[in-house]
Design a protein around this ligand. Structure first.
Ligand code: TDO
Length: 182
């Protein structure tokens, strides 16, 4: 696995390091030891998947508050997404900044989202399927989010925004959020 630090401290784009032969390739998808060596949290409490029919679909921006704060590793298995992370760590000099990475079935890249970040994405193609490794179990009592269209964040979505869930359409703005203690 090849770890590329993102602009937002503690977040990474992770590329596969494939061993190729005439059949195709073999590669590590996840490795506890390599995660630890990079200072990333290696716990996996839950593995989730999502499927979105239409291009332009936006999900997010979501997080879980302590003590259920989770790290996420996000990979696009089919289709393509623009993955977006927002630093909400109370003590971070980058608080409120966002960053985007395109994840596609072809590039097979992943994003490591540390605890204290909000995460969301927009599908760039129809029939897009994601896989998530979550560092903590789902806890409805601790979930929170921030509006994908908060002008203070100014996220530059690739396509017109489609198919927001009712929950996502009602998420608060950054200004009305309590920063995340991590
Ligand atoms: C995550 C999760 C959701 N649910 C329920 C809650 C809800 O009724 C239904 C669908 O959940 P959501 O609407 O939150 O699905 P979705 O909007 O796709 O939520 C996801 O968005 C992206 C951006 C993320 O980063 C993920 O961590 C997750 O928050 O599934 C579970 O029962 N278990 C779970 O582990």
């Amino acid at each position: 696995m090849i770890f590329h630090p993102l602009k937002l401290h503690g977040a990474f784009r992770i590329a596969l390091n494939p061993r190729e032969d005439t059949r195709g390739f073999f590669a590590r998808f996840f490795c506890t030891e390599e995660f630890r060596a990079q200072g990333l949290l290696p716990e996996i409490a839950q593995i989730n998947t999502s499927f979105s029919r239409a291009a332009g679909t936006v999900r997010g921006l979501h997080f879980q508050r302590p003590p259920a704060a989770d790290s996420k590793v996000v990979r696009c298995l089919r289709g393509a997404i623009r993955d977006v992370i927002v630093d909400l760590r109370a003590r971070s000099p980058q608080f409120g900044q966002w960053e985007a990475v395109d994840l596609t079935a072809e590039n097979r890249d992943m994003v490591y989202v540390p605890p204290g970040f909000a995460h969301g994405f927009q599908t760039l193609l129809p029939d897009t399927e994601l896989l998530y490794l979550h560092g903590a179990a789902y806890s409805p009592a601790h979930e929170g989010g921030v509006a994908h269209d908060d002008p203070e964040l100014g996220i530059d979505w690739a396509l017109p925004v489609a198919n927001l869930s009712p929950r996502d359409a009602a998420l608060p703005r950054l200004h009305d959020l309590e920063p995340l203690a991590t």
